[in-house]
Design a protein around this ligand. Structure first.
Ligand code: HEC
Ligand code: HEC
Ligand code: HEC
Ligand code: HEC
Ligand code: HEC
Length: 458
């Protein structure tokens, strides 16, 4: 009798444990036919939003060849331990409907292949917290969104505060190692600890409006058959990924990513001291993160690379100093500073495989509204011809070319984006108006005298 009661209690505990521990939708708990297709079921009435989402990295999150290659490698090297972990963010519908594993996509329904899509985001009813995709999905026909007064003939609607907050994005834009908890991607945390969160500026303000570095109103219609609204959130979901958006065929998204990168930072060349032939010459280059609400770069930072390409030329245009050039294989000059993170495995050796990562070997990036200064020095050639000019170009790419050659093959060329630049010319004083420093005060004095004399006449 007693033992039966204990068995029942034990059974009850086991059955309720997943509910007590978390409310998040479990692997295989739902079926993919409970979700509606973006093209055949949403596009009809939300054509504009559909066009913005199609071609975004959200729409490509599962088909992205870079992701596919890495998740297959992770699966092989961990005997499948990473399968549902990776896929929960890249094909959430694939995981909740039990179509992963396998990770090669061979068991995925057409809808699960559409990655982070309309009916994933708009059926989220709850979040157990940021990081590692702790979402609850309720595909009951009601679409959750930012309006508390919207009416649709096709579905119920419901206001959801979660959708209007960075915490919604933070479910997937903070990625921790599933075993040791190491933060692998920390975009949400970087934002949360930074100045933009303090001002109440959400991810949506920069990534879902025409404003790249802050909120910008976007009046329009949420649906072709709806009324006019003061603001409609856009669905381009653009970050810095020019590489994959271009490869997967969306010029619009690739161009928008370039523009976003070009508005993120400012560069200033600051010469130190004067130019003396045969002597040491030094200058600083300051990089300021003026536009990104998180570190620069952010996200997959063991792969992303930002660096300065610095050139100094003499009066004849001859290069006398260079740092940050690419060699013929597309490798960055080893003398240059690369802004990114380096992960280390259990032995402390650098690794690009996130599943092997046990610690962060280095993290050299620029915080939101923060800056970093690089110092450069070299010896001036003898008899250097003046003026000399210093140009610093800030560059970005989604991944090292060598890494991509290895993973995907050499036909994948990773584009290098010029984010911004600054130039300074020094040693050209002799070209200015002769004696300008003296003539200017004298002229000013004469003018003043003239005024006083005219005033006296009256
Ligand atoms: C028959 C046309 C029609 C179809 C099909 C349709 N919608 Fe809508 N939807 C509307 C209209 C109309 C509104 C209200 C717009 C407004 O209030 O300005 C709306 C509103 C919404 C909202 C806002 C809800 C809120 O309260 O903030 C979301 C989210 C949404 N739809 C998602 C979807 C998704 C996802 C699909 C596809 C699965 C879809 N809709 C299919 C017409 C449609
Ligand atoms: C990554 C998640 C995500 C995806 C994918 C997504 N949406 Fe949204 N959508 C949002 C969020 C978040 C908002 C509200 C933003 C806010 O209030 O700050 C929103 C707003 C809306 C609205 C309200 C009108 C507006 O634009 O402000 C509609 C309608 C809508 N989405 C439909 C769609 C449709 C249709 C698709 C697919 C083509 C789609 N969404 C894909 C997250 C998403
Ligand atoms: C289901 C998890 C999930 C949610 C929720 C989510 N994202 Fe994403 N997001 C992803 C994944 C996965 C990718 C990368 C896909 C790839 O590159 O293969 C991505 C890519 C992006 C990118 C493009 C990055 C680049 O390098 O260009 C931006 C920007 C972005 N998301 C912003 C947002 C914002 C803003 C929200 C909240 C409104 C949000 N995301 C919600 C999973 C998610
Ligand atoms: C003040 C505006 C602003 C805010 C707020 C903001 N971002 Fe960004 N985001 C940018 C800019 C500009 C870039 C391009 C530079 C870069 O790559 O960091 C960017 C890039 C990104 C990228 C691509 C990074 C890469 O290099 O691969 C992702 C992903 C992203 N943002 C997600 C988010 C999420 C999630 C939030 C909220 C937690 C957020 N952003 C808040 C402006 C913003
Ligand atoms: C908690 C959500 C989450 C999990 C889990 C996750 N990712 Fe991602 N992944 C993202 C987001 C968000 C981005 C976009 C970040 C950015 O643009 O910098 C991304 C981007 C990527 C990219 C870059 C794609 C490109 O085109 O540049 C690769 C590759 C990738 N993930 C592989 C993996 C692998 C392999 C795993 C499992 C070991 C994994 N991801 C697990 C959310 C996740």
């Amino acid at each position: 009798m007693k033992s039966r009661r204990i068995t029942i209690l034990f059974l009850f505990l086991i059955l309720t444990m997943p509910i007590m521990v978390s409310a998040e939708t479990a692997q295989g708990e739902l079926s993919s036919d409970q979700f509606e297709d973006p093209l055949s079921r949403c596009q009809v009435c939300h054509a504009e939003i559909y066009k913005q989402w199609e071609g975004s990295m959200h729409s490509q999150a599962e088909l992205d060849p870079y992701y596919l290659a890495q998740s297959l490698m992770a699966s092989e090297e961990t005997n499948g331990l990473t399968d549902t972990y990776c896929a929960r963010c890249h094909t959430p519908i694939g995981v909740v409907s039990g179509e992963v594993p396998p990770v090669d996509g061979s068991n995925l329904s057409e809808i699960a292949k559409k990655g982070v899509q309309c009916d994933f985001c708009h059926t989220v009813t709850e979040s157990d917290g940021t990081s590692n995709a702790q979402f609850t999905l309720t595909p009951d026909g009601t679409k959750r969104g930012p309006f508390d007064d919207s009416r649709s003939p096709a579905h119920n609607t419901e206001y959801s505060e979660l959708h209007t907050k960075a915490e919604f994005c933070g479910m997937c834009h903070d990625v921790n190692h599933p075993v040791n908890g190491l933060p692998l991607e920390a975009t949400y945390t970087e934002w949360k600890n930074g100045p933009y969160a303090a001002q109440g500026i959400q991810c949506q303000d920069c990534h879902m409006t025409p404003g790249i570095t802050g909120y910008q109103a976007n009046p329009g219609k949420a649906s072709g058959i709806g009324g006019n609204r003061e603001h409609i959130w856009t669905h381009f979901g653009v970050g810095g990924n020019v590489f994959m958006t271009e490869y997967l065929g969306s010029r619009t998204h690739a161009d928008m990513a370039v523009e976003r990168l070009q508005r993120a930072a400012q560069v200033n060349v600051i010469p130190r001291g004067s130019v003396e032939s045969g002597e040491s010459f030094s200058f600083d280059v300051r990089i300021t993160n003026i536009g990104a609400g998180h570190y620069l770069p952010t996200g997959l930072t063991e792969s992303r690379q930002m660096w300065l390409d610095v050139t100094v030329t003499d009066g004849a245009g001859t290069e006398i100093y260079r740092s940050g050039a690419l060699d013929e294989h597309g490798n960055i000059d080893p003398g240059a500073v690369v802004y990114h993170t380096v992960l280390a495995d259990a032995d402390g050796n650098p690794t690009e495989k996130v599943w092997e990562a046990e610690s962060i070997l280095s993290d050299h990036r620029i915080p939101p509204k923060g800056e970093d200064t690089e110092s450069h020095a070299f010896t001036m050639p003898e008899d250097v011809s003046l003026p000399i000019s210093i140009t610093a170009v800030l560059k970005y790419r989604s991944a090292p070319q060598e890494h991509i050659n290895h993973l995907l093959g050499e036909e994948f060329e990773v584009p290098v984006v010029e984010m911004t630049l600054d130039s300074e010319t020094i040693g050209d004083e002799d070209k200015r108006i002769p004696g300008f420093q003296i003539t200017f005060p004298v002229m000013l004095g004469l003018l003043l005298l003239l005024f006083i004399m005219r005033g006296n006449k009256r």
